[in-house]
Structure formats: C-alpha cells, structure tokens
Design a protein. Structure first.
Length: 277
C-alpha cells in the first residue's frame, strides 16, 4: 500500500488578460501551495487490471479526475496492474483550492512509477493539462507565476506565510462566472517583479461577480476584511487572508461565519521527490 499527500493551492491573485479564438481565457496568476491536503492510498491488485476508487461518492467514476489520469497513462504502461484507490478528502470540493487537479497530479506521479511508464515530469505535466489547467502546477510541485490558460509556469520563491481560509457554504459554478457579461477580460498584463513591489494592486477578476452572485462569499469576505485584506482563490468559493502578527487567530477562526482553516504555505509539494520503494 502506498499513501501519499495531495496538497491544495491558493491563487494569490488572478487576472484575465484576454480571450483565445477557441474560447479559452488567457490568465495571469500566482499559485501558492499550502499544507491543507488530501491523502490518496494506492493498493495494487495482483489478480486483475480493474480500477476502483473510494472516498469520493459524489463523482461518477468516469468523470473523476483520478480515473481520467489513470486512463491517460494506459498507452505508456509497461506493467499495467489493477489499483484500488482510497481518497481521504480534506480539501473542500468546488472551492478554488485545486483539490481535484491535485488528486489527478498525485495519481499521474504515482501510477507513472507503479506502471513503469517512464515519463518525465514535463511529459506528465503535458498530459495533465488535458485534464485541467491547474494540474501541471501540482505535477511540478512548485510555486509558480502562471500565464496562458494557466499552463505556462515560471517557478518562483515565495516567503513563508500563514493564511486563514474560509469555505462559504455554497458551490460556485465556474461556467456561470465566465458567462457573465460584466466579467473583466482585458486586465493589463504584468510581471512578478511588479507584484513583489505592490501586491495590493493585484486582485481577482472573479471576486466582484462571486460576491454579487453568492451572498455567502460576500459574507465571508466582509468578515475577513475586518482583520486584513480578503481575497478570492480561483473562481471560489474559498476566500483567504494573510495572517499578520496583530491578529488573534483563535478568535477569528472561532467566530467565522463558515468553516475556517489555518494553513501554512509550502515551498514545494511533499510529492516532489516521491519514489515508489
């Protein structure tokens, strides 16, 4: 049995800078890995090649990103064996924390080795982007400045920080936000250097829409704004703020209007140097 972590991420900002002819949006963002994580257990089956997944009952197996990640590796398998996978879910779903994409990346990394596919991290990331634009960041397991649809990554070093993350009790439709006519799609492109100088100038283009369409998001952001600068991660629903020395963290967590987490930033994914023993 192999038990491995699958960390979440925050988008420290998220700008839409344009739209491609195929309908995809050009983005700029910073991906910050955090220590809120799911756990995946892989148990090889010696008697057949079937795949079973437990722990995520709300998703049809063929729509599950873990299952899709396994299927995408099949053409490269030198030693295909069946797998029983148990998911211990700690990252809330539909939250903008990248839980599904992280699970897919963890699966690519582990099954690449179990099946002796022999693919490099770069090759796994190229396969991963077919599953979702966030998957490559988790495959590489490093914090990054992201461009394109989120797949063009420049790896960066970020200061060690803590964040308070709130999960409003709602599920945001990414498609609904993208379909809104008032969504800003032409934010001027910028650079990591500019972010380092004035991070407060960098927001999330989805935030005004998320706040107006989902009262729970607005309530959570208003709550965090009392103590710091509240931000939306991804398209939500999670919101977060950076912990500062003058905050009473226990009080903030205790009186939150919804589920609250205290998380630490990661310099790299705990999976970065993973090897099947």
């Amino acid at each position: 049995m192999i038990r491995v972590p699958s960390p979440a991420k925050l988008n420290l900002f998220l700008h839409i800078t344009g739209r491609r002819d195929n309908g995809y949006h050009e983005l700029q963002s910073i991906f910050q890995l955090i220590d809120l994580q799911d756990w995946l257990e892989f148990r090889p089956k010696n008697d057949d090649t079937s795949i079973s997944i437990e722990g995520i009952n709300t998703v049809d197996i063929e729509q599950n990103l873990i299952y899709k990640a396994i299927q995408i590796l099949k053409p490269y398998a030198q030693k295909e064996i069946g797998l029983s996978i148990l998911v211990e879910k700690n990252i809330p779903m539909g939250a903008g924390l990248g839980g599904g994409s992280s699970n897919a990346a963890t699966t690519l990394i582990v099954v690449n080795q179990l099946w002796q596919c022999g693919l490099s991290l770069e090759q796994l990331a190229e396969l991963g982007v077919k599953l979702g634009a966030d998957v490559p960041i988790f495959v590489h397991g490093r914090n990054a400045w992201a461009e394109g649809i989120g797949e063009h990554l420049t790896f960066i070093d970020l200061d060690q920080k803590q964040y308070i993350v709130l999960k409003p009790d709602c599920f945001i439709s990414t498609q609904l936000l993208f379909s809104q006519k008032t969504l800003t799609r032409n934010t001027k492109t910028s650079t990591f250097c500019a972010y380092q100088l004035k991070p407060f100038n960098f927001g999330n283009n989805f935030e005004p829409l998320a706040r107006s369409l989902y009262p729970e998001v607005n309530e959570a952001m208003q709550y965090l704004d009392q103590f710091g600068i509240a931000k939306l991660t991804g398209t939500g629903a999670c919101v977060f703020t950076e912990v500062t020395s003058d905050m009473n963290i226990d009080e903030i967590l205790a009186h939150s209007p919804c589920k609250a987490y205290l998380v630490n930033s990661l310099n790299e994914s705990p999976l970065r140097h993973f090897e099947v023993i």
